[in-house]
Design a protein around this ligand. Structure first.
Ligand SMILES: C[S@@+](CC[C@H](N)C(=O)[O-])C[C@H]1O[C@@H](n2cnc3c(N)ncnc32)[C@H](O)[C@@H]1O
Length: 309
């Protein structure tokens, strides 16, 4: 088994997932089918780089959810896809999942074609990318898939910090083209330009980049609600955001509650990682500082910013 090393913020992210999926299925319990889609399923198991603690990856978490989903589709690149397949087959023989090896921006079409008979079913899609692997068409295709009043929920990792690193690095032009593909246009370059001209701070840059995604989800894809939570590194800098898009009041309420809890957990997890790094015995929960408050802020029209033109 190849477990993969992540930091506490990945654990925190997956704890949100672990809290959300049972609540999603509980809320949709009266519906005959419930779909879980995971475009980048990773490894079956991970470990915390600082504390060495093992934790399950998203595929295992999804398959262990109670009440359960009735259909699962997992995307991942080979050879990781084969490891996920072997692990899930051994742990959940006969469970209704399929693995789609390859670029998820391509395989998503097959995943959805295979789910065509249950287009009416509640669906949660996890898009757990690393930097800028997703294509905007993929998110738009997911949004257009379901029949009926509610679109598929989407939960997406968005990392302005990785974008700025890639776009200003040695292979910057090629990376920036990928970012165009991820936003579906080059509008994000206005935000990068504003940052490079020092018209906005690094923290404004991150907020604007995440806002642009939320704005597109709400105005182009027609989602009723989007919320974000920044995941913060040991240095205190936000490394990425988890963006949630839903049409459902219940989904919004449950995820908002879980975001609040994750924000409260974060300083403790960070302290635990720092303790482990400095060789002190890590005592999870020994953080005594103030707990940050998470609250949802509405997104704004990015073109109204003075530097947009
Ligand atoms: C952040 S990890 C996923 C972690 C996983 N969801 C978990 O909970 O453990 C991102 C994964 O995306 C995969 N990946 C990168 N580009 C991809 C693509 N175009 N299509 C499918 N998977 C991709 C990588 O191999 C990597 O395992």
């Amino acid at each position: 088994m190849t477990a993969r090393g992540w930091s506490y913020w990945s654990r925190n992210k997956l704890e949100i997932l672990q809290g959300y999926l049972p609540a999603f299925n509980q809320a949709a319990k009266s519906v005959e089918e419930r779909i879980y889609l995971d475009l980048m399923a990773g490894e079956p198991e991970n470990f915390d780089r600082d504390t060495e603690k093992k934790f399950d990856g998203s595929a295992r978490i999804a398959l262990s959810t109670t009440p359960s989903f009735t259909r699962f589709a997992f995307g991942e690149l080979p050879p990781r896809a084969a490891r996920i397949k072997a692990d899930l087959e051994a742990r959940h023989p006969g469970a209704p999942f399929r693995i789609y090896p390859g670029d998820c921006n391509v395989t998503v079409k097959r995943m959805l074609a295979d789910l065509n008979d249950v287009r009416w079913a509640p669906m949660f899609a996890f898009l757990d990318q690393q930097a800028a692997e997703l294509h905007w068409e993929t998110m738009a295709t997911l949004a257009a898939f379901r029949k009926g009043k509610f679109k598929s929920e989407q939960w997406i990792l968005w990392s302005p910090a990785m974008i700025v690193k890639g776009a200003t690095g040695s292979n910057g032009d090629a990376f920036a083209d990928r970012v165009d593909r991820m936003y579906g246009s080059d509008r994000w370059r206005k935000i990068l330009g504003a940052r490079q001209a020092d018209s906005i701070t690094a923290s404004d840059f991150r907020a604007e980049m995440v806002n642009l995604l939320r704005w597109q989800f709400e105005t182009e894809l027609g989602y009723r609600h989007t919320i974000r939570i920044p995941m913060t590194m040991k240095t205190g800098t936000a490394l990425y955001d988890m963006v949630f898009a839903t049409d459902h009041e219940a989904g919004l309420k449950i995820m908002s509650h879980l975001y609040k809890k994750a924000a409260e957990r974060e300083p403790r997890m960070r302290q635990e990682a720092l303790d482990a790094q400095s060789g002190q015995e890590a005592l999870f929960g020994d953080y005594a500082g103030p707990l940050p408050e998470w609250k949802s802020e509405p997104c704004w029209d990015p073109s109204e910013r003075p530097w947009w033109r």
